[in-house]
Design a protein. Structure first.
Length: 375
C-alpha cells in the first residue's frame, strides 16, 4: 500500500497529516508513505523529524492586497500554480500511490488536484469549522471530505461526500488523568487556570493575562500556569511591575513554553487560549471549559468560526481580540466560576463535542476509498 500526503504551510496542516500517517504506519507497518511539501516550509523540518520521506514543490498563496508588491507576488504565484502541478505530476508518477491524502495549505491544492487527474483517489481532511480555500475547491471531486466539525459541511461544494471524523488526537492527551496530573504539577484543590497564546507568544494575550493575574493571584484563590512564548520574554518583568514576582508566587507557574501540555490540560479547570483547530480538539477531548481568544491574523478568520462552534454549544466563552483586556477576562472568569457547575459545566459540553477515536475513523475512511477503487 502506497499513500501520498500533501499539506503544509502551518503546523495546523502538517500535524494532522503526521498524526494520520503515524496511525497508518501503526496499522500497516509495510505501508509506503511519502509527503509532498512546499520548499522552504516548516514541513521540511517536521516531516523528516517524524521519520517520513518527503519531496518538495514550489508554491505560494495569493495576496488580496492591491499594492505593487502584492501584485508582483500574485503574478509569481500564477506561474507557480502551473509549474507546481508539473512538479507534482512527476513525483506522483514516480511514487505511483494508491491513495492521496490532503490536509490543506497551498501545497495541498496542486498535489491533490493532479493526483485526481491521474486517476488516483483522494481524500481531504478539514481541521476547521470554516474550511480553507484549498479544501473548499477540492471538495467537489474528492472521494471523501473528512471534517473535524460538522459546521464545515455547509461551506463545501454541492455534492461533496462529507464525513465527520474529528481531528487526530495525540495519544498522550487521552492517557493523562486529572488527579495524577495535578500531583505531578504539585497543585492543590484550588481552581487551576491554564493559559497560553502559542509557541511564539501573542502580545495582546500576554498583556491581558498579566492584568488578569492582578485579580486572580492576590488572595491566593486561584492557581495559574501560563506559557508566554518565545517572543514575550518580557512578561516576567511586566508582572513584577504589577507587583507580582513569579519567583516568589507559589501558585503561579510562568513558562516560556509548555512542554508537558497533556499533563497541564488534564490538571486544568479552565483554559484560556487561541482557537486553533488542534487546540480545540484537545480541549474537547479532555472536557475542559475555556475562554477562547481567536487570532484575527489567520486566513478566513477561521479561528473565530472554530470558537463559535463551541460557544454555540455552551462549551466555551469567547473574547475577540479587539475587546481583549485583563478586566474583560476577569469578568469572564468570575462569571464562569459563579455559574452552576462552574467551569466543569462548560467542560461537560465540550466533552460532548469530542471525537476521541478520530484516528481510527480517518483510517476507516481511507480503507473504504481504497476498497471502492479496487472494486
Amino acid at each position: 500500500m502506497r499513500v501520498l500526503f500533501a499539506g503544509g504551510g502551518t503546523a495546523g496542516h502538517i500535524n494532522p497529516a503526521l498524526a494520520i500517517a503515524g496511525y497508518l504506519r501503526e496499522k500497516q507497518p509495510d505501508a509506503e508513505i511519502l509527503f509532498i511539501g512546499n520548499r522552504g516550509g516548516m514541513e521540511e523540518k517536521l516531516v523528516p523529524k517524524a521519520g517520513f520521506a518527503m519531496k518538495t514543490i514550489v508554491i505560494s498563496g495569493f495576496q488580496r492586497k492591491m499594492t505593487p508588491k502584492a501584485i508582483a507576488h500574485n503574478v509569481k504565484t500564477l506561474t507557480r500554480v502551473v509549474t507546481s502541478s508539473h512538479q507534482a505530476r512527476r513525483i506522483i508518477r514516480e511514487f505511483a500511490p494508491d491513495l492521496c491524502v490532503g490536509t490543506g495549505g497551498y501545497v495541498s491544492g496542486p498535489v491533490v488536484r493532479t493526483a485526481m487527474k491521474l486517476g488516483i483517489p483522494a481524500v481531504i481532511h478539514e481541521q476547521n469549522a470554516y474550511p480553507g480555500v484549498t479544501n473548499k475547491m477540492l471538495s467537489a471531486d474528492a472521494a471523501r471530505v473528512m471534517m473535524a466539525v460538522s459546521d464545515a459541511e455547509k461551506y463545501m461544494k454541492p455534492g461533496a461526500r462529507c464525513v465527520l471524523t474529528g481531528n487526530p488526537i495525540r495519544p498522550e492527551i487521552l492517557r493523562e488523568e486529572r488527579a495524577a496530573a495535578r500531583k505531578k504539577l504539585g497543585v492543590d484543590d484550588r481552581p487551576l487556570i491554564l493559559s497560553f497564546g502559542g509557541s511564539l507568544g501573542a502580545r495582546k494575550v500576554n498583556e491581558a493575562v498579566a492584568e488578569l493575574m492582578t485579580h486572580t493571584i492576590p488572595g491566593g484563590k486561584f492557581q495559574h500556569i501560563h506559557g508566554y512564548g518565545q517572543y514575550s520574554r518580557w512578561m516576567p518583568d511586566l508582572l513584577r511591575e504589577k507587583g507580582i514576582d513569579p519567583d516568589k508566587t507559589p501558585q503561579l507557574d510562568l513558562r516560556e513554553y509548555i512542554h508537558d501540555m497533556p499533563v497541564c490540560l488534564a490538571a486544568a479547570d479552565l483554559v484560556i487560549s487561541r482557537a486553533g483547530a488542534m487546540t480545540l480538539s484537545e480541549i474537547q477531548a479532555t472536557g475542559k471549559g475555556s475562554i477562547l481568544i481567536p487570532s484575527p491574523n489567520v486566513a478566513e478568520n477561521h479561528q473565530f468560526h472554530n470558537a463559535m462552534a463551541l460557544v454555540n454549544r455552551g462549551a466555551a466563552e469567547i473574547v475577540e481580540e479587539k475587546d481583549l483586556t485583563g478586566d474583560v477576562l476577569w469578568e469572564k472568569v468570575q462569571k464562569i466560576f459563579a455559574a452552576p457547575g462552574g467551569a466543569a459545566a462548560l467542560g461537560e459540553n465540550a466533552a460532548k463535542m469530542a471525537i476521541r477515536d478520530a484516528n481510527e475513523r480517518i483510517y476507516r475512511v481511507m480503507m473504504e476509498v481504497l476498497q471502492e477503487k479496487r472494486a
